[in-house]
Design a protein. Structure first.
Ligand code: IMP
Length: 438
């Protein structure tokens, strides 16, 4: 086929991936922002507007410090030379896409001609969001605690082969018929919830026109970029422990949030990927329900929540917090094959007298040799901890790794040894400059 680019062997540095290694909210945004300064394309491969990245950047000729919240759009758009791409594995809620785009533009970030969407990406509709809420109500006490953005229901439509993709918008009569059938199916399942089907179809007729210039054949787009030596940063959404297969199922999101999702979500082969950075917070947090072996309920939890500002950017919910779990991290490292790590929010541990990390799980008196698939086991594991002396701090003004207190470096180096992966980046504060490169 003459129109498709020939497969190319990407140089090791051409495609970099940033992935959350825990339960999300590791602070991927800051590293993505730093790395996006040097790339041509920043791509999302999975998830939808359930993700949340806040980036503070100086923009415009007057370098005005501006805060940007990204949920669906790739946060690399903050770099005015970077192109944003939503790959085939992403689920797109078109009204949210435009409202996010309009907010960026209002804040002075010109995005015209800088955002492209794969024609194979699936659409999330408002009825998916309604169904997300209804499903949660149905689950009652065992609800997942979803973001209610319709992500699970949209991926369900995709998996059941009744979903609508971006390209369907361009044969509008066919789109409208399929859409009516899809909504009918949901009415049958959940009863006649309030929903203006025809009004929604009319809105999508207008959206389709606005979206048209952004649509590309996702495979041609990404492979042409590879063939012309464009540097690509893949921005992971959510995190490995929320992965549909390898996370703490069913308390997960509905997409492949690990390295596998990068290949399927962008249509690129594994060998195209050079660097895989795992982002790991110096402690653990989790939003929503599900077992969390190192969870804390004492004043240290309050310290982590308050000092770490552990409130969801997408939902505003207070996050559950606990010690860093190296059993989980080893599992995460095996699956994603990180080539290096970014340890984040180390400064949040300043002032804690004794810092613990989980190094083993025991179940019914026996050491577990793997991370359990069965949540009833995970909920009952006894956690073995290693305790470290803390440091006073503050460490957020430190600019060189060697200037960190000895006890702080001992903590970092223990984590590195345990995982067998270099910690190349250490985040010591919220600012863009508070990132130590080793
Ligand atoms: P959903 O992705 O809205 O279906 O939510 C499924 C689970 O994933 C819930 O526990 C959410 O709180 C969690 N979740 C989804 N996205 C994120 C994220 O970006 N950070 C943290 N948790 C998330």
């Amino acid at each position: 086929m003459a129109s498709l680019p020939k497969p190319s062997v990407a140089p090791k540095t051409q495609v970099s991936v940033v992935l959350g290694s825990q339960w999300g909210d590791e602070g991927k945004g800051k590293l993505t922002d730093i790395l996006a300064a040097d790339v041509d394309i920043c791509a999302r491969c999975a998830g939808g507007n359930n993700a949340g990245h806040t980036i503070v950047a100086n923009i415009g000729p007057d370098n005005v410090k501006t805060k940007f919240d990204f949920h669906l759009l790739p946060s690399g758009l903050v770099n005015p030379r970077c192109i944003g791409f939503l790959g085939s594995g992403v689920v797109v809620h078109v009204p949210s896409l435009f409202s996010e785009l309009d907010t960026l533009e209002k804040k002075g970030l010109k995005c015209d001609g800088r955002l492209f969407v794969s024609d194979r990406a699936h659409l999330v509709f408002d009825f998916h969001q309604v169904v997300d809420g209804l499903k949660e109500v149905e689950l009652g006490g065992s609800s997942i605690g979803t973001t209610k953005k319709g992500i699970g229901p949209a991926y369900s439509s995709k998996a059941s082969r009744s979903g609508l993709r971006v390209h369907h918008l361009y044969d509008f009569e066919l789109f409208a018929n399929k859409f009516r059938k899809l909504v009918e199916g949901r009415f049958k399942r959940y009863g006649n919830f309030e929903y203006d089907t025809e009004g929604e179809i009319a809105r999508y007729r207008a959206f389709a026109e606005r979206l048209r210039p952004l649509i590309v054949d996702g495979v041609t787009f990404i492979h042409s970029a590879l063939a012309s030596n464009r540097r690509i940063l893949v921005e992971g959404a959510n995190a490995l422990m929320l992965d549909l297969d390898y996370g703490t199922y069913p308390f997960v999101t509905s997409s492949s949030t690990g390295i596998g999702g990068v290949c399927t979500g962008l249509g690129i082969p594994p060998l195209a990927i050079g660097t895989v950075v795992g982002v790991m917070k110096a402690y653990t947090s989790r939003v929503g329900a599900g077992p969390f072996p190192t969870e804390l309920f004492d004043e240290t939890c309050v310290h982590l929540q308050e000092v770490g500002a552990e409130y969801g950017t997408t939902t505003g919910r207070r996050r559950r917090c606990g010690w860093l779990d190296l059993v989980m991290m080893r599992y995460s490292c095996l699956i994603n094959g990180y080539t290096c790590m970014n340890l984040t929010k180390l400064d949040v541990l300043d002032g804690i007298k004794e810092i613990k990390v989980a190094t083993g799980y025991r179940y019914q008196g026996k050491e577990l040799t793997s991370f359990p698939a069965d949540l009833s086991v995970l909920a009952k594991v006894e956690v073995e901890y290693k305790t470290f002396p803390g440091w006073e701090g503050p460490i957020s003004e430190v600019t060189e790794y060697s200037q960190l207190p000895d006890t702080c470096r001992a903590y970092v180096e223990y984590l590195e040894d345990f995982m067998g992966i270099p910690i190349t980046w250490v985040g010591v504060g919220p600012g863009r400059l508070s990132m130590l490169r080793r």
